[in-house]
Write a protein that binds this ligand. Structure first.
Ligand code: NDP
Ligand code: 8X3
Length: 249
């Protein structure tokens, strides 16, 4: 039986790769993001039998609900929700950070994720579905300039565990995936389009690829129904931990 997955942030990076992975495996896919032209390109490539695209800003609750209400019948029963849309903005220390960027990260990574999850929970419970939240190592290990981005991802991981508690006995699975450094458009977005900064960060590091994460999402979504991975943290082999910093007089 073909299952239906809703993937947010499907216009780029992890989300775009996950769309391809699940379509290739015979799933019905609902793909969302703001950039309508990229979603249209997806639709042109794959047709509409197993792919439905929905262009909206996930921070706009009305647009999000309208998109859910407009799902064609074949796509309306979401079995797996992948809360992937998200972003980091800026790397400045808190004392020099831009409050508007902080708000945008919270609105996208936290508020919108919570609103979409809330909207889909009744159906996910009905279908004993799966919620996969894309968190980050930034929510586990603090680093300079990570401030609000790390805070939003700590929320995502803890919210995922809280959902597990609340959904006890319903059969709904919840997993937080916490990737480390992965080469996508993430750093371009974070730096406001600085291609050189993005290329320099990933150069020679053999970072995680979008396809790697798509494979992990697929693995989590296709586990036997009695298994739940609560948190799944992964890094490229080239990335590890550093020590604490000490300020001296
Ligand atoms: P990309 O920038 O390549 O993709 C981000 C996606 O999020 C895009 O499809 C973008 O679509 C979507 N998005 C952002 N803001 C909105 C919005 N307001 N409304 C709707 N969609 C939105 O980055 P990644 O693929 O790397 O990021 C995916 C997730 O993975 C994010 O949550 C990120 O925090 C997380 N992550 C990334 C890591 C990395 O190193 N790359 C590591 C750990 C976690 P559009 O712009 O078209 O709206
Ligand atoms: C992205 C990983 O370490 O660049 O979530 O913040 S990191």
């Amino acid at each position: 039986m073909s299952r239906t997955i809703l993937i947010t942030g499907a216009t780029s990076g992890f989300g775009a790769a996950a769309v391809e992975r699940f379509l290739a495996d015979g799933w019905r896919v609902v793909a969302s993001g703001r950039r309508a032209e990229r979603l249209q390109a997806l639709a042109d490539r794959h047709g509409d039998a197993r792919l439905h695209v929905a262009a909206f800003d996930i921070r706009d609750a009305d647009a999000m609900h309208a998109a859910l209400d407009a799902l064609p019948e074949a796509f309306a029963g979401i079995d797996v929700l992948v809360n992937n849309a998200g972003l980091a903005l800026g790397t400045a220390p808190a004392q020099r950070a831009d409050l508007a960027q902080w708000r945008q990260m919270i609105d996208t990574n936290v508020t919108a994720l919570v609103a979409l999850t809330h909207a889909l929970l009744p159906g996910l419970i009905e279908r004993r579905g799966t919620i996969i939240n894309i968190s980050s190592i930034a929510g586990v290990y603090p680093y300079p300039g990570g401030n609000v981005y790390g805070g939003t991802k700590a929320f995502v991981s803890q919210f995922s565990l809280g959902l597990r508690s609340d959904l006890h006995g319903t059969g709904v699975r919840v997993t937080a995936i916490e990737p480390g450094m992965a080469e996508t458009e993430f750093t371009l977005v974070r730096t406001g389009g600085d291609r050189a900064a993005s290329d320099t960060l990933y150069a020679g590091a053999q970072p995680i690829t979008a396809e790697d994460i798509a494979g992990v999402i697929h693995y989590v979504a296709t586990l036997p129904p009695h298994l739940n991975i609560n948190r799944l943290e992964l890094m490229p082999v080239s990335q590890s931990f550093a020590g604490f910093q000490v300020a001296r007089d």
